[in-house]
Write a protein that binds this ligand. Structure first.
Ligand code: 4UW
Length: 540
């Protein structure tokens, strides 16, 4: 029998803009929702609403924006992002965010694959954005700036200049079918291969906002709760979870463009932060970094960790040091993203658990043959729910490996559920490596490394780094027979790849030379064999 959620919630069938701006909120319209942690620049609910409509109208007026047109985002966290995203949704567009540490090639690949028609960036990222836009055939007057700096050359519009200037052309909001029309195209490597566009509809995101509101929002007050926006808006955890909780509950978000432990602590003290959504390496910093002792953390009531495994010892370290409970959640890009969460008041009871199923979610734990396992046995986690995506962009060929015949989404994660419905993630079957919560698809690194003439074969796996509390990518390399396996060559390979990929994908786990890569009869790399070998050798 599938495991079903014990909670329900009414989910309206509306688009995202309507959810936030047409359905009444508990907090007043002049309430400040977003504050820039560096400059203190702030936006109220009303401003976000009006500016989003202005931007949406501008997209239609200046770029003839059509339903389904994709707008790329290539920027670190900025309080302008929600305005532009909701304005884009108002105009019927789809947002496709990319990590601003991407190289030109990484960005161009996403822009091309997603058929992005315009790109938003900030001044320090303009050169990479322009080079990638050119590669992807996006006209330069469609590279739009946001943030505080404008472009002196006059080549690129600032988003504030994207407005419907003429009085006679004042377009209307685009009518959307929330269950069919896409809101986000985020990139995930899924269970195998290169990153693919995850098609998330408006209803997927709206459902997840309501599903999570049933849990976390219950504990929040619009006038006293504040959280730190450290999760990147270019990743689904920040884009959906952090923004939803702010828009939904009115908890003001203090937005940080980039995580820095001292800056984060200063802001926690200054703004009396009460809760935070973070990945495990930030829990590590809060539990162990000496700088934390300099600041007053007593305002923080709870922390939610997700996106990668979190050790129970870290949860204890944070509790001992700061008396703050760390609860866990679990989710995937493909599920908008949250599927499980612990209740804030339960973090200490079921340590190591990622919590229970959100309202309207169902799960099955199956063995390698897809046979359902008894409660308590570990196997692959399959999911169903209103937040589960419908497939990968332009990749119907992947539907069979992504969904079962009866519509269960195969997560590629291994775990079990206890009798009371608390889930524990124990392993990952899929190829994915998670560096500090960021996706690193090994196939992408392997394809690049095979471009070197001295490498005959390669396999990249994630190995655990306890000091940083994260997996790091390591390459197992078979060199050409006439090439010497030296430390210099290993370092050269690390440096060479480092110049071609963004920081999360660097080979921080090093290079190991091997005579052959374990493969199945059909030639598929057997990563598990290498991973088990590392576990045996390094006790990972
Ligand atoms: N423990 C172990 C976990 C965990 C985990 C995720 O980049 P994606 O596609 O998506 C995410 C989403 C993270 C997230 C969403 C909502 C939420 O509430 C929360 O915690 C509060 C986190 O990271 O990567 C998905 C993959 O990340 C791993 C797992 O392998 C999953 O398939 N993962 N959360 N708590 N592993």
């Amino acid at each position: 029998m599938p495991i079903t959620s014990e909670w329900t919630v009414d989910i309206p069938v509306v688009d995202i803009w309507t959810m936030y701006f047409a359905i009444p909120k508990e907090y007043p319209p002049d309430h400040v929702l977003l504050t820039d942690g560096d400059t203190n620049r702030s936006y109220t609910y009303n401003h976000i609403k009006e500016a989003s409509v202005q931007f949406g109208k501008g997209l239609k007026h200046m770029f003839d924006w059509k339903k389904g047109d994709v707008l790329g985002f290539f920027t670190p966290n900025c309080i302008d992002t929600p305005i532009l995203t909701y304005g884009l949704h108002w105009a019927g567009g789809v947002a496709s965010p990319a990590n601003p540490t991407y190289t030109v090639d990484e960005l161009a690949r996403q822009l091309t694959d997603s058929k992005t028609t315009a790109l938003v960036t900030q001044k320090p990222f303009l050169k990479t954005a322009v080079d990638a836009a050119q590669k992807a055939g996006i006209p330069l007057d469609r590279v739009i700036l946001m943030g505080d700096e404008k472009d002196e050359s006059g080549q690129h519009k600032h988003w504030k200049d994207v407005t419907a200037k003429s009085a006679w052309f004042q377009p209307k909001k685009t009518a959307l079918d929330p269950k069919k029309d896409l809101a986000y195209l985020v990139y995930s490597s899924g269970t195998t291969g290169l990153p693919k566009g995850v098609m998330l509809t408006h209803y997927n995101i709206v459902a997840n906002a309501y599903q999570t509101s049933r849990i976390d929002a219950k504990t929040l007050n619009w006038d006293s709760d504040r959280h730190l926006g450290v999760l990147p808006f270019f990743h689904i955890y920040g884009l959906s979870v952090s923004l939803n909780v702010t828009m939904f509950t009115g908890s003001r978000m203090i937005v940080l463009p980039k995580f820095d432990i001292e800056k984060a602590c200063q802001l926690i003290e200054k703004h009396s932060i009460t809760f935070m959504y973070v990945p495990p390496p930030i829990v590590l910093a809060l539990g162990k970094h000496p700088v934390v002792d300099k600041y007053d953390m007593t305002s923080v009531r709870w922390i939610n960790s997700g996106a990668a495994p979190l050790g129970v010892d870290l949860v204890e370290a944070v509790w001992k040091r700061l008396s703050i409970g760390v609860k866990q959640g679990y989710g995937l890009s493909e599920t908008s993203p949250v599927t499980h969460t612990q209740l804030t008041e339960e973090w200490w009871k079921f340590q190591g658990s990622v919590g229970r199923l959100l309202p309207h979610m169902e799960a099955k734990i199956v063995d390698l043959d897809g046979k359902e396992l008894p409660r308590g046995d570990a196997g692959e986690i399959l999911l169903k729910g209103p937040n589960v995506f419908h497939g990968y962009w332009n990749r119907p060929d992947l539907n069979d490996e992504t969904f079962t015949d009866d519509g269960w989404y195969k997560t590629g994660d291994v775990g079990y559920a206890c009798k009371r419905g608390h889930f524990y993630i124990t392993d990952r079957m899929k190829e994915l490596i998670k560096y500090k919560g960021f996706q690193v698809p090994p196939a992408e690194l392997e394809a690049k490394l095979l471009g070197r003439e001295d490498i005959n074969d390669v396999c990249v796996i994630g190995v655990w780094n306890n000091d940083q509390h994260t997996e790091v990518p390591r390459a197992y390399v078979v060199v050409r027979p006439d090439v010497q396996e030296t430390d210099e060559l290993a370092q050269d390979i690390i440096n060479w790849l480092g110049e071609r990929v963004g920081p999360p994908k660097r080979l921080r786990g090093g290079v190991r030379f091997v005579k052959e890569i374990p493969k199945s009869q059909s030639g598929k790399i057997l990563r598990r064999v290498l991973k088990d070998q590392v576990k045996r050798e390094e006790g990972d």
